[in-house]
Design a protein around this ligand. Structure first.
Ligand code: KIV
Length: 269
């Protein structure tokens, strides 16, 4: 049996440390299936996130809370099947990391075993330090997520900018001290995110946290203008694909109705 595959260097936690040391800015995006996993891997991103945002983007829920561990695993498997270069990071869905270290460890291990992803992400800082340390001790790379934590949207009272500077710094520092290899900073004013970035030894990855973070992450569908409805202030759409999709489908429909499609080029004689 041939096991030949083109071999690429896969991003590791050591590469993340180097990005921080060399002050190299980097980008992460989300993927939930093989099509987008492959496209993003072609762009040579250091890491791809199978985010629990798939609850909203793919499943049509109002927030990220309903997505289950098995659903996250299903989507992560679609991504890892094709991604060769990027580190694939998978979100532990609600309430995963709030159920104690043993339970979080079981869920993280299930993710790594069943998806072949390289790392997990969990929402939380200081209050999750013990869980992060437990996973790291078991050899599982952990990306932490502080600031606006969408899994706690009901308790936070909405998707609001988080301004408690001292607490946010404590959260990011606790995550780094517990062994996280990187930390997502979501919806934090730029001066607080900048101070955290200068003070913690691990890379910070901002989403609505200003330009001083070491890296930036967005939801791919937001970046490409595929999302409907109100888009957050921190998103810059680099394309308007939603309009293009609707236009293409409408033109196809019109051409079929006017017998323009299929034409001789698309027909077998
Ligand atoms: O679930 C997600 O997609 C995320 C990011 C956008 C940071 O957590």
């Amino acid at each position: 049996m041939s096991t030949q595959r083109e071999s690429f260097h896969r991003t590791t936690v050591r590469d993340f440390a180097r990005l921080k040391q060399s002050r190299t800015k980097f980008v992460m995006l989300t993927a939930y299936d093989a099509l987008w996993g492959q496209l993003l891997d072609e762009c040579e991103l250091p890491a791809i996130l199978v985010g629990d945002s798939l609850a909203m983007v793919v499943q049509g829920h109002e927030n990220t809370i309903p997505v289950t561990l098995d659903e996250m695993i299903y989507h992560a498997r679609l991504v890892t099947r094709v991604v060769r270069r990027a580190m694939v990071v998978v979100d532990i869905p609600f309430p995963g990391c709030f159920t104690g270290t043993d339970s979080a460890l079981k869920q993280a291990a299930k993710i790594l075993k069943q998806t072949k992803a390289q790392a997990v992400k969990l929402e939380g800082g200081a209050e999750q330090a013990e869980v992060i340390a437990g996973l790291v001790k078991a050899g599982i790379p952990v990306m932490a997520h502080v600031g606006l934590r969408p899994q706690s949207v009901h308790q936070l009272g909405g998707y609001l900018v988080q301004r408690a500077g001292d607490q946010l710094l404590r959260d990011a520092t606790a995550a780094a001290d517990a062994g996280a290899f990187a930390v997502v900073l979501e919806c934090i004013p730029r001066d607080i995110a900048g101070a955290i970035t200068r003070q913690v030894a691990i890379p910070t990855i901002g989403i609505g946290a200003g330009p001083e973070c070491d890296g930036q992450i967005l939801v791919t569908q937001d970046l490409l203008g595929l999302t409907s409805g109100r888009i957050p202030k921190f998103v810059r759409p680099y394309a308007q694909l939603r309009g293009q999709v609707v236009d293409a489908v409408r033109r196809f429909q019109q051409d079929v109705q006017s017998a323009e499609f299929p034409g001789p080029e698309e027909t077998f004689e």
